[in-house]
Structure formats: C-alpha cells, structure tokens
Design a protein around this ligand. Sequence first.
Ligand SMILES: Nc1ncnc2c1ncn2[C@@H]1O[C@H](COP(=O)(O)OP(=O)(O)OP(=O)(O)O)[C@@H](O)[C@H]1O
Ligand SMILES: [Mg+2]
Length: 191
Amino acid sequence: MTNDNAIEVVGIQKQFGTQVAVDDVSFTVGKGEVFGLLGPNGAGKTTTLRMITTLLRQDQGHILVNGFDTVTQAPRVRQQFALTGQNASIDQDLSAMENLVIFGRLHGLTRADARSRATELLGDFDLTNSASKSLDQFSGGMRRRLDLAVSLIGNPSILFLDEPTTGLDPRTRTQMWTAIRRLVQHGTTVY
Ligand SMILES: Nc1ncnc2c1ncn2[C@@H]1O[C@H](COP(=O)(O)OP(=O)(O)OP(=O)(O)O)[C@@H](O)[C@H]1O
Ligand SMILES: [Mg+2]
C-alpha cells in the first residue's frame, strides 16, 4: 500500500446464490484521478461500487479506501467519500439554496459557512439564477446538478458516481462533465 492511492481493490469476488457477480477484480485509483469502470449491463459495476462504499461485503479479497479497510474500518471509510446517483435526499418543497444550506449544517458547517459554500456550489453548477426556485420547478438535469452539488458540500476527498449522465441531454451532460472536471482541479478523486 502506498499513500498515493485513494482506492485499492485486491482480488474481490461476490456471489449471489450460484451467480458470480464479481469475479476476482483488482485495480487501484490514485489520489486526484478520475477513474471509470466500464462494462455491459450486469457486468458487476454497481455491485463493485457497493462493496467499495461499504454497502455490501465481498466474499473474497479486500478493499482499501484512503488506506482504510472497507470491512474492518467501515465507519472510517464512510468519512472519506460522497456517493451520488440516488437523489432521494433532496427535499422537493425547499429551494436549491435551502437544500444546500441544510446539508451544509448537517456536515457541521456554521450557518454563514454553509451559505457561502452553497453560493459557491450554485455557481459551479450553473444554478445561481435558480437558487431560490423550489425544486418542483427544476428539470431533470438541474436536479442532477443540484444532487451533485449537495454531495459536495462536505468537501469529500472521493466522489463516487454511478451513471451520472444517464438520461441527460447532450448539453446537460457536457455541463456535468465540466463540473466534474472542476472538482478534480480542487483535489477530489472521482470514481
Ligand atoms: N442483490 C442482488 N441479488 C442477486 N443478484 C444480484 C444482486 N445485485 C446484483 N445482482 C446480479 O449481479 C450481477 C451484476 O449486477 P450489477 O448491478 O453489479 O451490474 P452492473 O454492471 O451495474 O449493470 P448495469 O450496467 O445494468 O447497471 C447481475 O447479474 C445482477 O443480476
Ligand atoms: Mg449498475
């Protein structure tokens, strides 16, 4: 193990009944890298991500996240990353700004710090003009961008995205990738 790796996956295997979902997978992701896992439907991408994020335990092998073991040090591992893909967490009755401030407060920021970080993220994700709109007026792409902004309010060192641009139009896709590239310049590892 070296300190330059954000993620080390070593020989992991996962079986559901008789079906092998992940078969002896190993890879490493360096700090500050953008790493993509590609494969056809059912290849085991989401299952692999669930093991790395401690939501599922592998049958064999081990995984280190910023040097912490996903099985024996799961709570420490969970402090290292944010995960997006499910936008269940954002509240439809609140504005974009209010959602960001609430999540900032949940991450322990003061009210003033939460507001200033929220303002910064709204700018990064091209949502400044929609800051006070309630989410029921948001398009699907705007919601996804807000979801990504919310997941970043605690400045995670690693960000996991499961199919972040699926279902988005080409212009919104480009905006997402521009936002993701900007994160990398700020030192986040994206998987
Ligand atoms: N909880 C589960 N119980 C049983 N089988 C599962 C479970 N989760 C995943 N599988 C099976 O494991 C295999 C890998 O699924 P997984 O969701 O990891 O694929 P994926 O690469 O993310 O696919 P997609 O591109 O469709 O999202 C599939 O055959 C799937 O049916
Ligand atoms: Mg999947």
